[in-house]
Design a protein around this ligand. Structure first.
Ligand code: ZN
Length: 307
C-alpha cells in the first residue's frame, strides 16, 4: 500500500506505542492497580493463543503489535478528553467503504421495546485507532480476571449449580468477566489489525469470528452473543469461499493490491446490504436474555465527512 492508504503508520497522530499506552493508563486507567496486572496477563495469554492459530498469516510487525499490550479501560468521566485524540476508528473511503452505495458509520446492539430501543450494551464505548483500544467501563468496575478461569463449557456450568449460595455467586462473577474480557481482547485487537476503511459490518463480523474461533479451538466457554454469532457465521462462509488469503487480508497483512481488491469484491458480494439486514434482525435463541438480538446500523447513502 502507498503511504496515503496506510492508516496504521507510526507517525499518524492517533497512534500510540505500548510505552505511551502504559503512561496513559497510569493517568486514566479505571482498573484498580491491584488488578491491572491480571488484565495484562490475560491480554497476553489470549493474544498468544490467537497468534498460535493466525500468526502464520500475519507480517512480523503485525504479530508484534498483536502481542503487545494494547488495551486500557477508562471511566466514563475520562473518555471525553480522549475522544478527540482517539476516535478515528472509521476511515471512510469512497471506493472501499460503501456496500452498494451504503456507508456503515456505527452500530449498537439492543432490544426493541415497543417503539423504542434499549441499548443493552450499557453505554460501553470503544475508542480505537491504529494501535490502541480504549474501553469505557463503569466506575465500580473492579472484577478480577484470571486466565485459569478460561475453561470448558462443562467445567463452567459446574459453577452455575452453586449459584444459590453467596460463595457460588462470588465464584461465578470473575469467571464470567474473564470470559467476556478474554474474548473482548481478541475482538478489539483484530480491529487494530484491520484496514479501517473496510465496511464496518465486515470488520465487526471478522472480529466476532476470530474471538469465537480462538475460544472454540481452545475449548473455552464462550458467551453466546446472539446476532453477532450470525455475523461471525457469515464471515466463516467467506473463509470457506475465499480461503486463507482472507486471513492475510483481514489481519492487515496483504500487500498485493490486485488480490486485495479481488477479496474486497468477494466480501461485498457476500455482505450485501440485504444480507446484513437479515442477520441483524431478530432471531430466536435457546437462551433468553432479550439482548443482542438486534444489531442497529447507522448508515448513510452518501458520505459526509465531519473532519
Ligand atoms: Zn467491534
Amino acid at each position: 500500500m502507498d503511504e496515503n492508504t496506510d492508516y496504521t503508520d507510526e507517525n499518524k497522530p492517533y497512534t500510540l506505542e505500548e510505552e505511551g499506552l502504559l503512561a496513559l493508563e497510569e493517568q486514566v486507567g479505571a482498573i484498580p492497580p491491584s488488578l491491572r496486572e491480571s488484565y495484562k496477563v490475560l491480554e497476553k495469554y489470549v493474544s498468544e493463543k490467537f497468534i498460535e492459530i493466525y500468526g502464520q498469516y500475519m507480517t512480523p510487525e503485525k504479530r508484534e503489535i498483536f502481542l503487545s499490550s494494547r488495551m486500557i479501560f477508562v471511566d466514563k468521566a475520562d473518555v471525553e478528553p480522549l475522544r478527540e485524540y482517539f476516535e478515528k476508528a472509521n476511515h471512510m473511503d469512497s471506493e472501499i467503504s460503501p456496500i452498494d452505495g451504503v456507508f456503515y458509520k456505527g452500530y449498537h446492539i439492543g432490544s426493541p421495546t415497543g417503539e423504542g430501543v434499549v441499548n443493552t450494551e450499557g453505554g460501553a464505548t470503544v475508542l480505537y485507532s491504529g494501535r490502541v483500544t480504549i474501553h469505557v467501563v463503569d466506575e465500580a468496575f473492579s472484577v478480577p480476571v484470571d486466565m485459569k478461569f478460561l475453561m470448558s463449557e462443562e467445567e463452567f456450568y459446574g459453577y452455575q449449580d452453586t449459584l444459590s449460595t453467596k460463595e457460588g455467586f462470588d465464584a461465578i462473577y470473575p469467571r464470567v468477566n474473564t470470559i467476556t474480557q478474554g474474548s473482548t481482547f481478541i475482538h478489539e485487537k483484530v480491529h487494530i489489525m484491520q484496514d479501517p476503511r473496510l465496511p464496518l459490518p465486515i470488520r465487526e463480523a471478522a472480529a466476532y469470528f476470530y474471538a469465537r474461533e480462538v475460544f472454540r479451538v481452545n475449548n473455552w466457554e464462550y458467551s453466546k452473543v446472539g446476532n453477532t454469532d450470525k455475523l461471525a457465521d457469515l464471515y466463516g462462509e467467506c473463509i470457506s469461499e475465499i480461503g486463507e488469503d482472507l486471513h492475510r487480508f483481514m489481519l492487515g497483512s496483504m500487500d498485493d493490491t490486485g488480490r486485495f481488491n479481488e477479496i474486497l469484491e468477494q466480501l461485498k458480494a457476500k455482505f450485501t446490504n440485504e444480507r446484513i439486514k437479515q442477520v441483524s434482525e431478530y432471531h430466536e435463541y435457546e437462551f433468553d436474555e432479550g439482548k443482542h438480538n438486534w444489531i442497529y446500523w447507522g448508515t448513510e447513502k452518501k458520505l459526509t465527512t465531519n473532519s
